[in-house]
Design a protein around this ligand. Structure first.
Ligand SMILES: [Zn+2]
Length: 178
């Protein structure tokens, strides 16, 4: 029998957010921000979040922040709503590596998508292949930020923790039950 998927994804959660959820559940990052994929009411999001010991806050544009404390959720939402460039502050509270935040800040918010494609297209040597984010939107990535380079050590540490944990759980299907 195939092992049960480690993380069941509700219809309204983007495939990419599964990576973020895993990082937060493993305590590697404190929070994540995503956008709902389909119509869903707050009560359903709330029930799903509570089962995972997470708090959430949703804005009028259907962006949702999840974190383990309500204070952090509200703080991240406040940063998100504040005017101006908030890449660095948001990145810090979402738990991205400092080196990658510095790069994102240099690139500026409007050029992040293009930069992400460029980094993903570069050669990732050896273990660094697990820091590739080309499959992020489809939920096939081990990290959810843009690494500052194809040889970012901090991103490698993060991706390795996620993949090790994934292997352990997959090898013990009974441990994957909720
Ligand atoms: Zn980095």
């Amino acid at each position: 029998m195939a092992p049960k998927a480690m993380t069941h994804r509700p219809h309204w959660l983007k495939p990419s957010a599964v990576v973020d959820l895993r990082l937060v559940e493993l305590g590697i990052r404190p929070a994540f921000r995503t956008e709902t994929n389909a119509p869903v009411n707050d009560a359903d999001i709330g029930r799903w979040a509570r089962r995972r010991s997470l708090y959430f806050c949703r804005d009028a544009q259907d962006f949702v922040v999840f974190a383990k404390t309500p204070l952090l959720v509200r703080y991240i939402m406040t940063i998100d709503r504040s005017p101006g460039d908030h890449v660095a502050r948001l990145g810090h509270w979402l738990g991205y590596p400092a080196c990658c935040i510095r790069s994102a800040r240099r690139i500026t918010e409007s050029n992040l998508d293009l930069w992400s494609e460029r980094v993903a297209a570069r050669r990732h040597i050896g273990n660094y292949a697990c820091t590739k984010t080309g499959g992020y939107r489809a939920g096939r990535a081990m990290i959810s930020h843009i690494p500052c380079s194809p040889h970012c050590r901090a991103s490698l540490v993060m991706a390795t923790k996620v993949s090790e944990r994934h292997r352990t759980v997959s090898a013990r299907p009974w441990a994957a039950r909720n």
